[in-house]
Design a protein around this ligand. Structure first.
Ligand code: NDP
Ligand code: PYC
Length: 341
């Protein structure tokens, strides 16, 4: 235990070992514990605090509910030249993604474009991890998923959509890929939860309370509805994600996931859609010239003094690997308490 008001510095290895042991001691087998620990430590070392080691608390609660399988062996089905389906069999999404990604890459290279449908998974993670990993294998990728119904459609005041993240990655030669990944709500729900833990007010425009009135109080926001980013534009994108990663895949939408949750407040259960595009296959050979032209665009963005999305993350990663990373002291204590001995 540590002083809750002082952050704790952990090396990447220490953070991973702690996360792995917490997950293992709460019923995950070694494979699931390793994949989920890698995911939360990646969030932590990239300073994405809403999806870093804070998520261990949700994982533990989900495991202790008895609903999530910590030993699920995903079933991979090659259903069409451009489509692979992975049934996660009520496990967390990470192992299912790991199982499906090789077929997705192979199919994208063969067909130019291919899709991975992950079904029946408990899901809590940041999507950049998956699209970044795919781009490092030379494909462009998009990923999307519903969550639990917490966001009102633009013009409404009642939760209907999930915070529905959308991520994109473009591969670059000898450089980090171009990656963005954001919720289609103004911010991820995890940001509101973290604000509530610290008793911090929310910026204007993030949420309404249960009566539909604007609120800056994180507790009132959690009990009311979050708002989509960009009004009708984010709202339409969020609806698209519900449809593509829900009915298209034959899986649950956010309001259905919340119904299935039935007040347990564990990780959402639904599907995820990942689409990969192979630049060389689109180019009918080598895409070298196309990559060079893509670099011009990215250079022009930076040339105006703007930054590329994920630039902050990549800088945080370098810092964390060099100096270790800071974990909130109160959170560290909760994580230690979650260890079952
Ligand atoms: P943010 O608003 O923090 O950031 C979104 C993206 O915008 C990042 O790629 C970020 O890059 C980039 N960005 C931020 N500021 C700038 C800037 N000034 N210039 C250029 N790019 C910028 O994300 P959210 O709160 O919306 O989402 C956080 C995470 O939550 C995501 O990773 C998402 O996948 C996850 N999430 C997961 C859900 C799930 O169901 N599994 C549900 C909802 C969210 P950088 O990181 O470098 O700052
Ligand atoms: O932060 O909005 C969020 C979230 C929902 C599910 C996982 N993360």
């Amino acid at each position: 235990m540590t002083n809750p008001s002082q952050p704790v510095r952990l090396s990447i290895a220490e953070a991973y070992q702690l996360s792995y042991e917490v997950l293992l001691s709460n019923g995950m087998n070694a494979r699931h514990a390793a994949a989920v620990a890698k995911s939360v430590v990646a969030g932590q070392h990239d300073e994405c605090h809403s999806h870093g080691m804070y998520r261990l608390l949700l994982c533990v609660k989900s495991m202790r509910s008895g609903r999530v399988s910590g030993e699920a062996v995903p079933e991979v089905r090659d259903v069409a030249p451009g489509l692979v389906r992975v049934d996660a069999r009520s496990g967390f999404s990470q192992v299912a993604f790991d199982e499906g990604a090789p077929a997705l890459l192979r199919k994208a290279r063969e067909c130019g474009v291919a899709a991975l449908s992950i079904n029946n998974c408990y899901h809590f993670s940041a999507l950049w991890q998956e699209v970044e990993a795919l781009a490092e294998q030379g494909v462009a990728a998009i990923a999307m998923t519903p969550s639990h119904a917490n966001v009102a459609p633009a013009g409404g005041t009642k939760p209907l959509f999930g915070t529905n993240p959308f991520a994109f990655a473009w591969p670059r030669r000898a450089k980090h890929p171009f990656v963005f990944d954001f919720a289609t709500s103004v911010a991820a729900r995890g940001e509101i939860e973290l604000a509530a833990r610290k008793d911090q007010q929310l910026p204007d425009g993030w949420a309404v309370d249960c009566n539909g009135n604007p609120t800056n109080d994180p507790q009132a926001a959690l009990g009311g509805a979050m708002l989509p980013f960009g009004e009708h534009k984010g709202s339409a994108l969020s609806a698209m994600i519900e449809l593509l990663a829900g009915p298209l895949l034959g899986d649950l939408m956010s309001f259905e996931s919340l119904q299935v949750d039935n007040g347990n407040e564990i990780a959402p259960l639904h599907g995820e859609l990942v689409i990969a595009f192979a630049p060389d296959t689109f180019a009918g050979g080598s895409a070298d010239g196309n990559y060079e032209r893509a670099e011009l665009l990215l250079d022009h963005i930076v040339g105006q003094g703007a930054r590329l999305p994920s630039q902050r993350r990549f800088a945080a990663r370098i810092r964390s690997f060099k100096e270790g990373m800071l974990l909130d002291g109160a959170l560290y204590n909760e994580i230690i308490c979650a260890l079952r001995v």
